[in-house]
Design a protein around this ligand. Structure first.
Ligand code: FE
Length: 397
């Protein structure tokens, strides 16, 4: 697998079998066709090369498939070193996984040499996948977050990276005071607001139980001041929802904690991972605030054996993309994630209905899953399709 990077400045074309999903229900497949790139954007996909492009270079890939780069919109770069470990979470308690695996390992990124090495390995692993764009979590360390941004830019990736905020319910080495976490976030935004290569900052309160309301409020102000998007976790597990209710009994539903801090504002694009157990009111908010749901099927099945109601979200007009959620998930490969999204939708349907007479309109088809992995998550950048004007992210298989 090789990647033609989004950095190409001059016009050129790739000849091959183009496969993409302009619509979510069907593949567009063009054999022996030309995909023309003009100034980093797709100029068009053509069966024969139009006259005005006669002079441009053509990279003839023969019968190879050419697909849009996949967008992994929920991945913890800092957990890649232990992906696949601890999948049998003790007593079904997600928190024990944090205490045993995630927090101790994430605190190691305070050591810059370790961060450099681990993030380089992460980027190298990602090169072996069809992913060209991502929304990644680093750790609470500002310095290490900037290292991740530089490493991803160096390897030609595009997307967002977040310095994680945690000012409660964390562990030594990661826990910051509210004042520290906001000051470090502001400094980081100042240093990276213009991007490092094609990697930009995204505000990343880990999730409500690890961020005080004061922290969320101040992050909401930063989102508005710097016009940066926001990513977090939402309604991933029932224990988590109980905990949220305990921490803030006045909330009508979980997402309200982010919404009242201005983190789901219509001016701020929010990416919320999971949404497995969202209440009807919460689903209404996802729609009203134009939130992008990061569906992480493998991670959901690992953590609670459940799946999110993705077809319902799509039918309701809610935006959805796919995430690997490494290390809750154990692969960076978005092809695996597409496959698991299909399985998860079938398991979800059967759990709500019956194992007989599956309604094929209510489970993900292959083009549906491909769409979510490319154009669905790509809505953040106008990428993931070969329609004119889309970012030219092409992967040759
Ligand atoms: Fe996650």
């Amino acid at each position: 697998m090789s990647q033609v990077e989004h950095r190409a400045e001059r016009s050129f074309a790739i000849k091959g079998t183009l496969v993409f999903t302009a619509q979510r229900d069907q593949f567009t497949i063009m054999e022996n066709a030309y995909l023309v790139c003009e100034g980093k954007k797709v100029a068009g996909a053509y069966d024969t090369l139009p006259d005005q492009y006669r002079q441009i270079d053509v990279l003839d890939m023969g019968g190879k498939f050419v697909i849009p780069g996949t967008c992994d919109i929920h991945v913890h770069a800092s957990q890649a070193s232990f992906q696949g470990i601890g999948q049998n979470i003790e007593n079904g308690q997600w928190n024990t996984w944090f205490d045993r695996y995630a927090f101790p390992d994430e605190s190691r990124f305070n050591d810059i040499a370790y961060a450099e090495q681990a993030y380089t390995r992460f980027a190298e692993s990602l090169l072996a996948t069809p992913t060209t764009r991502l929304c990644a979590y680093a750790t609470t360390s500002r310095e290490a977050t900037e290292i991740l941004m530089k490493v991803l830019a160096k390897y030609g990736f595009a997307g967002y990276v977040g310095k994680v905020n945690m000012d409660r319910n964390s562990s030594p080495g990661l826990l910051e005071t509210t004042r520290e976490t906001i000051a470090q976030t502001r400094l980081w935004l100042e240093e990276t607001k213009n991007g490092i290569g094609a990697i930009y900052p995204i505000l990343t309160p880990r999730y409500f139980p690890s961020c005080t309301e004061s922290c969320l409020q101040q992050l909401g102000q930063l989102a508005e001041e710097y016009h940066v998007p926001v990513q977090s976790h939402l309604s991933e597990g029932l224990d988590e929802i109980d905990w949220v209710r305990e921490l803030a009994p006045d909330l009508d539903y979980y997402a309200q904690a982010y919404d009242r801090a201005g983190l789901l504002g219509s001016q701020t694009q929010a990416v919320m991972a999971h949404c497995v157990f969202s209440s009807p009111e919460e689903v209404e908010t996802l729609k009203k605030r134009n939130v992008l749901v990061a569906h992480c099927p493998q991670s959901n099945m690992n953590s609670c054996g459940c799946a999110a109601p993705i077809m319902d979200y799509l039918d309701a007009g809610i935006k959805v993309g796919l995430g690997t959620d490494v290390g809750g998930g154990n692969t960076l490969n978005m092809f695996r994630t597409m496959f698991e999204a299909i399985l998860a939708s079938k398991v979800f349907w059967a759990s709500k209905n019956s194992a007989r007479n599956m309604d094929q309109r209510k489970v993900l088809s292959l083009p549906n899953a491909f769409y979510l992995a490319t154009k669905g998550g790509g809505v953040l950048w106008k990428s993931g399709s070969f329609e004119p004007g889309y970012c030219f992210d092409a992967v040759i298989l």
